[in-house]
Structures are given as structure tokens and as C-alpha cells.
Design a protein around this ligand. Sequence first.
Ligand code: GCB
Length: 611
Amino acid sequence: QDDQAPGQAHANKGASPRAELARQPPTLQNIYGRQPLSLNGRWSYIIDPYETGFYNYRRQPFDQSPTGAGGFYDDRKPKDKDDAVEYNFDGSPTLAVPGDWNSQAARLEFYEGTLWMRQKFNAAPKDGKRYFLYFGAVNYEAHVYLNGKKLGSHKGGFTPFQFEVTGRLLKGENTVVVKADNTRHQDDIPTVNTDWWNYGGITRDVLLAETPDTYIEDYQIQLAKGDMGRIEGHVQLAGARRAQDVTVSIAELGVKTTVRTDANGRAAVSIALPKNKVRYWSPEDPKLYNVTIAGATDTLNDRIGLRTIETRGHDILLNGKSVFLRGISLHDENPLIPGRLRGEGDMRMMLQWAKDMNCNYVRLAHYPHSEEMIKLADEMGLLVWAEVPVYWTISWEKPEVYANARQQLTDLVVRDKNRASVIIWSIGNETPVSPVRTEFMGKLADTVRSLDRTRLVGAALEVHRTGDVVTVEDPLADKIDLASFNQYAGWYWSNNKEMMKFSFKVNYNKPVLVTEFGADALGGYHADTDTKWSEEYQDQLYKNTFKLLDAIPGLRGMTPWVLTDFRSPRRPHPYFQDYWNRKGLISETGKKKQAFYTLKSYYEQKQQQYK
Ligand code: GCB
């Protein structure tokens, strides 16, 4: 087995398949800015529940054998009529990439295990250029092979990874084979137990990027914390000529600065902004500026919004002004053609539904959504809560599990740190209070702050009930910027008739965000407001909840659960659920339930209040 730390991309260096696995350089910042070659499209696949293509009959991995050959990644064809090969990608069915496998073939709907996927593409590698094979996300464990040679592996279903393939690309036809395995394990992030579909496969873009020999690996260009007059950040080069002059400019604002990167390729960037000229990014005016980063060997462009985000007492200040976060939670899933969001059209549909409800904010639950989704939020003017799948009962005591969580969080922050829409990094959801858990999550909070000082840190905490009094008592609250919690009054506890007896006590001088509440309703099922599963019940629960929450002094926002119905293996009721969680405000046919309009008009009032 690969001797690897979880959550990181590791590459096979050198010719021998047994060669040491080395840590890959960080993924390219803004790979879409490099006009990469897309390897999306139809990929051939082989279902391999026994992992016959990976292990020999003694259960030893083929790719660790002396020749490294023997696995399905060889993409072998019979040499002659007296040769037998027991697999054949050419005759196998195909799946669309990006796309989860469960929603593309009936026999894969509940499948958890290994699938082999193959794509062929043409390349014309040039001397003096470098090449990176990039995966937006593969759920959960991926082993990647190029032209029969192993590039490496990666664990973690929602974050990008890449392998440098300079010198390994052939002129003309190339073959990439991926072993994707979505088997759940207690010691992974997330664990075996979640309330969403374990969609397997290559769920996001596969790209081949070309860079110069020395290239811009990373940069951060954002307003300094709480300072609307100054950009603060850095640039990071990788390659042989790491010490260079790099110019960062925003032509529209007439600003420009040139910095010299040090021997490690790094330079701090600080740019004073002209007074009264900047249009600050906000949901009402999601202005993005063209930013150019130009060194001697490489140039990149990005579209970046400028805004500040802070808290003061109970207030959340966006560009210095108190805001109420009119939010909704959502999964990375299209309810209409069930499955992971497949591209910009799906993503726009989801975010437009949120806007139709008067939202200025979305909680992208419970794991990193795609880079394109965040860019769309930047463009459409929606604030974002971004999260990692540290969900429910993680194996808190194991160092390798912590390393995995930390890596996924790091990859998220590194990827999205230039997006104005992202204002909160969430380190997890409904994690049960205990000393090991609080230490684990406290370290995650410190990790975020070491990577990005400019945004807020949140977590969806749990509440305690003593009689009718609901409190938030969690030592982790001291480590984060918000009093943020989920609560299910009227659904998991009590009912519409009795829920008004509850009162909330939040003893933190921080903005209160209710990260979840909700009720299941089967779209089109009508009854009275006391009948669970009906649209009327859900609607009444929302009305009751607004009264309860408006009584909390520091309330500054909410993200009810959830924008649309979504699939979950935990939800087998044959009539009301049929493997769907029905807490959506929009059904799986796209029909808005009554509570959609109730939330919309509540948000209209909030919008007036915070004008
Ligand atoms: C929660 C979880 C969310 C579930 C939801 C539910 O507290 O955070 O992932 O889907 O409740 O519907 O039970």
C-alpha cells in the first residue's frame, strides 16, 4: 500500500514503481486563468467491486510489483488470439465527466466501491514548458495513471489535486486511467455516517494546464483586515528563476506595485488604494476588478472583489456596515436531474433560486463546493459560508485523521482565498462536545487563522436543552468569531403546537447565526399545520421559528435547512421520503413549497430593517 499521509496528493517520482512517494507542489492558483485543456467528456468505465484491477490474487497491489504492471491501468489489449485479457475499456460503457456515477447508471445508484475510468487525449508538449494534470474533485480515494505509469494518489472527495506530468506526456495520444473508490471509512473525513448521498467518481473538471518553467504558483490579493484603503497579500513563484520582479496592477483603479520575490519565490504585496474611487464588493454591487500579476516569466489575470468583513459585538460589518445574513443552506446537488452539480447551468440555477428568495448569503454545506460555484457567487453577489466535512462523529483521537481534516481545510482556504464572496470558513458541523474534539477543532480554527487573517471562522455548533430553555454552551465558541448553531425545534424536538414554549439563551457577545432549522415536507402533500410531512406543517414551523429567533438579541442571520430536497440513504420512508431528505423549500420537481414564499417575505422585512 502507498505509505502516504491522508488528504495529500502524492506522486511517484522516478522510474521505479516502488520509488519514494513525494509530496506534490500545491495546486495551481486560478487554473482556469491558464486556458487549460479540458479532459472532460465521456470516460469509459469498469465496475470493480473486488478491486481485481488493483490487486493480484494474493491481494498485493500490481502497482507495487517490480514491473509496476498488471493492473487495469495498463489498458492492455490481447496480443494475439491465444492471449486472454479479462477487461477491455474499449468495449465498456461510458460516463460523463464531470459527473458522479450513481446518477448516471441504474446499477450504480447505491454502489460504493471501486470504478476504473479511462480517457484518451491528444497532447503536444513543448520544450521548456511544464504540465500539470489537475482534478477538481474525485470522491473519495483516487489513484491516477498516465500511459500505464502511476502518477500518485489522493484522498478527500471535495478538494482539488494535481500531478506534474512534465516529461511524461507523449506527443499525440495519451491515456489517463483513474481508480476512484468511494468506500466509506470511520477514519476518513467525512466518516461512515452522514446525511447525504455518497456520490462516487470524478465529480469535477479534469484539466491539463501548461505553465512556463518558472510560474506563478499562488497569490493572495484582498483588502487588509478592516482596512478599506489597502490591499495586502503575497505572490509565490515556483521554478528555477524564483527571484524576479513581479508587478501587480489594477488598471481600472490606476494602481500598480512592483515587488521582488525572495530566493523562495515569495514576496509580500501591499497596495494603497485611491480615496473615493473604489467600488466595494457587496451583494448589492458585486463589482469585480481585473487584476494582473506579471512577472518576467509568467502572467496571470483574475477578477477580484474588494470588501472587508469583521465583527463588532453582535454586529457583522461588511465594508464597515452592519448586515443581516439572509441565507439558505444548500448541497452540491441538482434535485431535478439528481446528482452532483454538473456545470455552470446547474450552479446558476441553485444560486438564482437563493436570490429569488431574497437571499444575500448561502451556506455551502457540508464540504467544499466547486471553485466555479464560488466564482459564480462572486459574480452574482452572494456571501458564502464555506465548510469542510468535519461532520458528526470524527475519530478525534487519531493524528492521521486530524492531518486529513487539516489538509482539506488548507486546500479549501488556499483555493478560494481570493473570492470576495467567501466571508466565513466553517471548520465543521454538529460535532459532539468533548475535550479531544475541542482540541481537534481548536487546532483547525488556528490553522484557518494562520492561512487567512481576513475572514471569520465559524462552526455549526449544537445546542443544549434544559426544560424549555435552549442554550449554546460549547468551549469551541471561544475559538470562533460567531455564535453559530443548528436547532430543530418543532421537528426533531417537539412539534408546531408546542414549540413556542422554547426560548434561546446565547451568552456570547458575538453575532448569532442560526446555521440550520427546518422540517420535512413532501411537495404537493397538503394537510393542516399539525400534520408532519405536509407543506402546511413546514410553513407553520418557519413562521414559529422566526418568532423564536427574533427574540435573540444578537441575531444577525440564518441559513435554514435547506434550499432543495436532496438524496440521502438515511431516508427510506417509502411514501414521504423514498431516499430523499424533504427539508427542501423546493421539491425534486423544482416546485416551490409554501415555506419558500414565507421565508422570502421574512427576508424582505429584514432587508428593509438593515437598509
Ligand atoms: C442536521 C445536519 C444536516 C441534516 C439535517 C437533517 O442537523 O446538519 O446535514 O441533513 O440535520 O435533515 O436532519
